[in-house]
Design a protein around this ligand. Sequence first.
Ligand code: ADE
Length: 251
Amino acid sequence: MRITVFTIFPELIEAACRPSILGAAIESGVLTVRTVDPRDYTEDRHRKVDDVPFGGGAGMVMMAPPIAAALDSALAAEPAGARKPRIVFLTPAGRPFQQDLARAWAREDSLFLVCGRYKGIDDRARREYATDEVSIGDYVLSGGELPALVVIDAVMRLLPGALGDFTSAEEDSIHSGLLEVPQYTRPREFRGERVPEVLLSGHHENIRRWRRRAALEVTYRRRPDLLERAELTSEDRMILEEIRARSGESD
Ligand code: ADE
């Protein structure tokens, strides 16, 4: 997969892409991440990419022409016959970015991630180019670079071969719609707290059941909204009934 990030801070993206599993995925060729700086597509001496908003107000707005020229150039450089890239604008006004979108985008050949700065991007660029607009949460960041990295990381983990021997994305609880279960490693006892006995038992079926129950329980307590969309088996539903009944007793 190819990911192209449009940003006036390419070094932010490049630095974050070097270490860890993401760096290894890039190194192994599962994924390429490159940056395009709209400043390289300005026509003035000062490489100006922003200006004051029409109508007044604080802050600066990113101008449409440099972003448009950067996108046109990258679109023209896409391999002949390749599927059109998705052009994703990162903005707090976008649709919430969730696992289902990561899953859908992991099947694309090419993703363009467009990072705004300041007060955002001239709306005409958005209307002309954006195929998708996403937000990573209800808070305002100073630019789209961190959200772009969030998207890159979530998508990368789902690419075949990206995680190698590290772990399997299929095993992530959230992948099936539930929260992560508590995990433990050595030592077996820490400040008087012992690791749950079942995890030391070597009994795979009991461990699987314990983990599933723990995932259902933590999701029920913290994010009951997720249970409505989760893929639940009839065994899960029975366990949930028990958890509900027990928490009713303790209320
Ligand atoms: N740009 C600024 N804040 C953002 C957010 N929460 N999500 C996506 N892009 C953003």
